[in-house]
Design a protein around this ligand. Structure first.
Ligand code: C5P
Length: 240
């Protein structure tokens, strides 16, 4: 069904301190399978033969290799050490990616993505010959722009700008974000900027045209213990 070289760069080099566990969150178990493996397996099932580049914290490279061997999870992976920020981690991974490929950059802590979304996005990239494709979900909450004002008893939140955001125009960006390998590698040769909070922001700075599609509500980032509890419920009640 699908032609051309397809690559998954799976981002798992964060230290995951917000979870409160010693082990970074990408290695925690979700329904008995490490979050990182579960996430990779969805892509492998969606796109048989996809090439996988796994970005890991330097001090977890051998941990992950040992896990994969002991669990008989032997799908080929190119292992890469992460960098100081996600931006630097992505840059390290892109150095391993050949020209002429479609690259999906996905957070290793978004395990509930469906095969269907992965397939649909790769197909759109190919059929519409897109340069960049970003999954987004509409904002269900009304958003406020507030400032922290320090006081004697800690910060208070105040609306200095007095500005309401038009919710219908606000979307949350998810991953996988898909690009052509040469152009996203070139974008990542830009100097680091703290405004680069996802791959789309780097691509936009370089002038790569971006297209958008609907993501999935369950494709959230497992960040804190509440997210993991919710993910466990979803895994146990669906066929994921
Ligand atoms: O920290 P944040 O939640 O934005 O991380 C998103 C993804 O990027 C996670 O999967 C994390 O493992 C990865 N990451 C990385 N290298 C870093 C920081 C985060 O690969 N230096």
């Amino acid at each position: 069904m699908m032609k051309g070289n397809k690559i998954l760069i799976i981002m798992a080099a964060g230290s995951g301190t917000r979870m409160g566990s010693g082990l970074p969150k990408q290695f925690l178990s979700l329904g008995g399978i490490p979050i990182l493996r579960r996430t990779m397996e969805t892509f492998i099932a969606a796109v048989p033969g996809i090439q996988v580049v796994t970005v890991l914290p330097d001090d977890y490279l051998s941990f992950w290799k040992e896990y994969c061997l002991s669990a008989d999870f032997t799908y080929p992976q190119i292992l890469v050490s992460g960098g100081f920020t996600r931006f630097h981690s992505v840059r390290n991974a892109l150095a391993k990616v050949p020209d002429g490929a479609i690259v999906a950059i996905h957070d290793g802590v978004r395990p509930l993505i469906t095969r269907d979304l992965v397939r649909k996005m790769f197909s759109e990239m190919e059929e519409r010959n897109l340069e960049g494709l970003i999954p987004v979900v509409p904002s269900v909450d009304t958003l406020k722009v507030l400032d922290h004002v320090p006081g004697p008893d800690g910060d208070t939140l105040v609306s200095l700008e007095g500005e309401e955001v038009d919710r219908s125009r606000i979307f949350a960006a998810q991953t996988p974000q898909m690009f052509r390998s040469e152009s996203i590698r070139e974008a990542y040769s830009l100097p680091f900027d703290t405004a680069f909070t996802d791959d789309a922001s780097v691509a936009r700075k370089k002038g790569i045209p971006l297209s958008f599609c609907y993501g999935e509500r369950y494709n959230f980032k497992v960040t804190c213990p509440e997210d993991l509890a919710l993910a466990e419920l979803i895994v146990s009640s669906t066929s994921r």
